[in-house]
Design a binder for this molecule. Structure first.
Ligand SMILES: NC(=O)c1ccc[n+]([C@@H]2O[C@H](COP(=O)([O-])OP(=O)(O)OC[C@H]3O[C@@H](n4cnc5c(N)ncnc54)[C@H](OP(=O)(O)O)[C@@H]3O)[C@@H](O)[C@H]2O)c1
Length: 303
């Protein structure tokens, strides 16, 4: 009795793919994907497993063309990535289409540290997500908008890559300030599990679902890595928090379009100064999920 339909945008992406897998593992649930025509090959295996594919794209003003995608869905999930045109304008069109179709819940593409506590300008990509959230408050109607917040992805490509708190290749850990503030980390897979659980939750969740696989200060993170890997890290202190502000301002001022130069530092700053900390962490709403800790991740990945 497949009585819930979950409509997912971004199923061809890194997080969205894992959300799709989790939804498929749920009983009494069907999955529908919105996929850009050129990306259909990426989800061919999902299609072969019976997932309904709707070809299309999110864009500003696309409410009409998104109506069929949203029709009959219990929850719409967005796991898209992009600039303000996608995160604000296109997601607003999707939310309006969901509302008009009588969808019960909408999970936008947040999946970050607590972007609601981070001041404007501190993380440019969080500004767009907060702008979406503000519009959504007025536009959602009866749709429950749930922001899933998971801290930083506990992943080779993020903690050990994009943000590069730890570089396993050079056995170096990088910090600004004293590194004494707790920071939240969650794997992609666990974030996908919580998102899928929220998508089929029969009860109201409230506007924010904060989750975390582990919460550690920089120094605890280093110790967890060292314990799990058996390797010793060299700690490189890059400067004070004021130095970090100046570094970000300098990079941003030099080339605002070069997001990759300063965005990782913006995220790391909000963790190091605690403004992005997730509180409350609500893992216990879904006790069947036991999220991965840093030690477990490092051991499992052989980092
Ligand atoms: N907390 C963290 O540490 C952290 C780190 C990384 C990412 N994130 C967040 O996680 C979320 C997902 O990121 P990701 O890394 O999984 O992204 P990703 O791999 O780049 O995937 C993005 C997905 O969105 C789809 N998409 C983009 N624009 C679209 C549009 N206009 N219409 C329809 N589909 C569109 C892409 O489709 P195509 O396949 O057609 O391109 C793809 O499926 C984002 O909110 C991101 O900010 C958080």
């Amino acid at each position: 009795m497949n009585n819930k339909v979950i409509a997912l945008v971004g199923g061809s992406g890194q997080l969205g793919r894992l959300v799709a897998d989790e939804i498929l593992a749920l009983p009494d649930t069907r999955l529908r994907l919105l996929v850009r025509p050129g990306s259909r090959d990426k989800v061919a295996d999902l299609e072969a497993r019976g997932v309904q594919i709707v070809e299309g794209a999110l864009s500003a003003g696309a409410e009409q063309s998104l109506a069929a995608f949203c029709a009959g869905a219990t929850t719409v999930i967005s796991a898209v990535q992009g600039g303000p045109d996608v995160i604000i304008d296109a997601q607003v069109a999707l939310l309006r289409a969901a509302r008009d179709a009588g969808v019960r819940r909408f999970i936008p593409s947040d999946f970050s540290l607590d972007l609601f506590r981070v001041a404007k300008g501190q993380i440019v990509s969080s500004d767009a997500r907060r702008a979406f959230a503000g519009i959504a408050e007025a536009a959602a109607g009866d749709v429950e908008v749930v922001h899933v917040l998971n801290g930083q992805f506990l992943d080779r490509r993020v903690l050990f890559g994009f943000i590069r708190v730890i570089d396993p290749a050079t056995r170096t850990a990088y910090v600004w300030g004293d590194g004494e503030v707790p920071m939240d980390f969650t794997t992609y897979a666990d974030t996908a599990r919580y998102t899928a659980a929220a998508a089929v939750d029969d009860n109201p969740i409230g506007g924010v679902l904060g989750v975390a696989g582990d919460t550690l200060t920089f120094h605890e993170l280093v110790r967890a890595y060292e314990k799990a890997s058996g390797k010793t890290l060299r700690i490189e202190r890059l400067g004070s928090m004021e130095d970090l502000d100046a570094r970000i301002a300098g990079l941003y001022g030099a080339d605002p379009a070069n997001l990759h130069a300063y965005l990782p530092l913006m995220y790391y700053r909000a963790q190091l100064n605690g403004t992005g900390r997730i509180d409350p962490i609500r893992n216990d709403r879904y006790p069947a999920i036991t999220p991965t800790t840093v030690e477990q991740y490092v051991t499992g990945e052989g980092l």
